[in-house]
Design a protein. Sequence first.
Length: 427
Amino acid sequence: MRVNHLIGILLILILLMLSPWTGQAREDQYESLKRFSQVLHLIEDNYVHEKDREDLLQGAIEGMLQKLDPHSSYVSLEDLRMMQEDFSGEFGGIGIQIGMRDNQLVVIAPIEDTPAHKAGLQAGDMILEINSTSTQGMSLTEAVRLIRGPKGEAVVLTILSADENKPQKVEIVRDTIPVHSVRIQELEKGYIQLRITDFKGNTTDDLSKEIRSYKSRNDLKGIILDLRNNPGGLLDQAVSVSDIFLNEGLIVYTQGRDKKQRKDYKASRRADDVDTPMIVLINAGSASASEIVAGALQDRNRALILGENTFGKGSVQSIIPLSDGSAIKLTIALYYTPSGRAIQAEGIAPDLRIPFQKKAAPEDETQHPTLRESGLEMHLRSPELHDNDQNELSDEIKELLSQDNQLRVALEILRSMPRIKELSNKQ
């Protein structure tokens, strides 16, 4: 018997001695490990090219994790550094979140104002090749490694969009992807759009600063929290962002295999809690942490949810370190909204379903324009109205709203909320 085969058998015996199983379970485990050892040695002895044992064992680990679900994976030391950069620093890339759907690499969401966003990549686009390398059977970590790179260098993606019949090659020049994830836009006096692109380590602080800064200068009447194409991020940030708008009660809970492993995340009352009327925008690119926020605000009747169904990524991954500095990313639990709804593969359904239309429908020039008193020549003006009382939208905001029907509808509803509340209180 060869020495390396003896080593393999010895390894099996050690594992068996460490195992708490007995009887038939131990025999089954022995047979499984024996089969693995046989395959390992058959490859080493007979494969057309010589293979290093460490590479074979590495491949076995990666394949074992890949068989579990699309989000469990082996994380090398380099990949671990990349993940840490995602949440706390800057990195060279194109600004895209990717995932697996039906064993195919897909775009979950491009991050706003990044090269991927400017190149026109959209949620749901399939990535068939990266620099002419097929993504078939490729792990997420390997795909991320190939897409990232030094600023200024290009990466070529072969993309198949939902509305296209054939793939297209898209060359995208990498840039430094910033970590700032919160943007504010005043739509009209007192009404703001708060756009969260993803949930990083500083998202809650940035959001709180933007709200405080605006309230110090203006009377805040309404908030549109825009979570569209937000692929998620850190759980603690999803919880703390929700906590800004909730003063008590459950935000989300996680449940693992063991029912005793349930963990609740609750809101707490704080002096800077925000109780302004709000609407949350979601779509198919809203995933994970953004689904937690939308689900919490929906279940707690804190906000009206508008848009389209979310992605449905409701599983919890834990990074578990290994002895050599690498790690495994392992799915350990599922997310549930306060009412007990599972997010995984279900997503969050909006209260008001409004499909996205990029451009407002143009007016029919053959029809007579709507005529009002204010359009008549020499019309009388009300003495109670003055030019500085009119809340005219800027040309920039008018163009923004004309290009985004979901945002436009959200603003209309937000304006009406005080009156709707007043009427409901009279019932």
